[in-house]
Design a binder for this molecule. Structure first.
Ligand code: NAD
Length: 329
């Protein structure tokens, strides 16, 4: 078992980083070592708000902690994470792990050499609405995902595929137990200098097809996934925290969780469709994710999204994005 960690800090305390500080500065398991942000005004404001230490330099923070959460803009992840890993610190890196796959591979190698953990903040994997799927044997044939968001400048330092679509790529890779066979993709730039709307179709070696649409030019937020497999259809609304499951059962089979039942003539037999709406236990996914990081460092758990998973999602995202650029030019 790894040594129990006692001190953790946060690097980058902007829009998302402040929430990391909120959770990490308020727990009974380890001590909070404080924060570092190149924007000293912002760092001081957050330090006052959460009654913690704003360090003058990254090195100063690293000298006072065993692990860090990196919540800086994506383009800075590789350099900052490398410095932390070389200092022997476990790192939680917000998604995407890095901008390039070569950078991610370098971090994975360095982490192995330095015997530290990398965890990646693909928070949607912990969305409470996904939890009921654990009760079913999943073998998706077709997956359709939509993730739309109103435009904000934050996040536009990377294309929409690395900003939004990568959440869904990570979820899909976790649901489909097969390598990606081929990718088709197209997209357009509307407001930023990079791709703002993208559509990709992944075909996996086992025949599963996934269609993903992501846009940061939308009036309202939409985050939905539909999963189709033999005799089962699941639809999840991540924003509403709503999971609905339709299953085909034998006509005489009972389902105690069924809310509605309809008869169905299928495959020349009399069957029935049952509709279930599992109760969703709401929890704070960020708190859960950071707790999972600490528990994993202490050897009491495994990272839900480890560095390799973060790297694999990035690899598919980069291939999609490269294909879009090829298509545009
Ligand atoms: P932000 O711009 O609001 O905050 C970034 C902070 O990092 C700023 O305070 C900035 O001063 C600081 N910073 C910049 N360079 C730094 C450096 N070299 N050292 C220390 N601090 C530095 O950005 P944000 O929206 O909080 O996003 C941060 C990261 O979180 C990005 O990688 C983004 O993709 C990711 N993110 C993930 C999710 C999610 O759903 N998991 C959601 C939003 C953002």
């Amino acid at each position: 078992m790894a040594d129990l960690i006692s001190k953790i800090g946060v690097i980058g305390v902007g829009h998302l980083g402040q929430h990391h500080v909120k959770h990490l500065s308020n727990n009974n398991v380890f001590s909070f070592s404080g924060i570092f942000d190149v924007d000293t005004d912002r760092a001081n404001k957050i330090a006052v708000e959460y009654n913690c230490n704003a360090h003058d330099s990254l090195n100063d923070l690293l000298n006072n902690c065993d692990a860090v959460s990196i919540v800086t803009p994506t383009l800075t992840h590789a350099k900052i994470a490398e410095q932390c890993i070389m200092a022997g610190k476990h790192v939680f890196i917000e998604k995407p792990i890095t901008k390039t796959v070569a950078e991610a591979d370098r971090l994975l190698n360095l982490a192995a050499e330095n015997n530290v953990l990398i965890q990646v903040g693909h928070i949607e994997r912990l969305n409470p609405a996904l939890i009921p799927l654990k009760n079913f044997e999943l073998n998706p044939k077709y997956i359709e995902v939509q993730r739309l968001a109103p435009y904000t400048v934050r996040g536009t330092d990377v294309p929409v595929v690395l900003d939004l679509m990568i959440h869904d790529i990570d979820i899909i890779l976790s649901l489909v137990n097969s390598p990606v066979k081929n990718i088709r993709a197209s997209g357009v730039s509307i407001l930023s200098d990079s791709v703002d709307i993208a559509n990709a179709r992944l075909r996996f070696e086992n025949g599963t097809v996934a269609s993903i649409t992501s846009s940061r030019i939308a009036r309202d937020k939409v985050r939905k996934i539909k999963i189709f497999q033999k005799d089962m259809y699941v639809t999840i609304d991540f924003l509403l925290g709503l999971t609905e499951i339709y299953r085909v059962l034998e006509a005489d089979q009972d389902d105690p969780d069924a809310l509605e039942t309809a008869s169905l003539e299928a495959y020349g037999n009399h069957k029935k469709i049952v509709y279930e709406k599992p109760d969703i236990n709401q929890f704070d996914a960020l708190e859960m994710e950071l707790t999972n990081f600490i528990q994993s460092i202490n050897g009491n758990d495994k990272p839900i999204v480890n560095g390799q998973a973060g790297r694999d999602a990035l690899d598919v995202a980069v291939k999609i994005h490269d294909m879009i650029l090829e298509d545009i030019h």
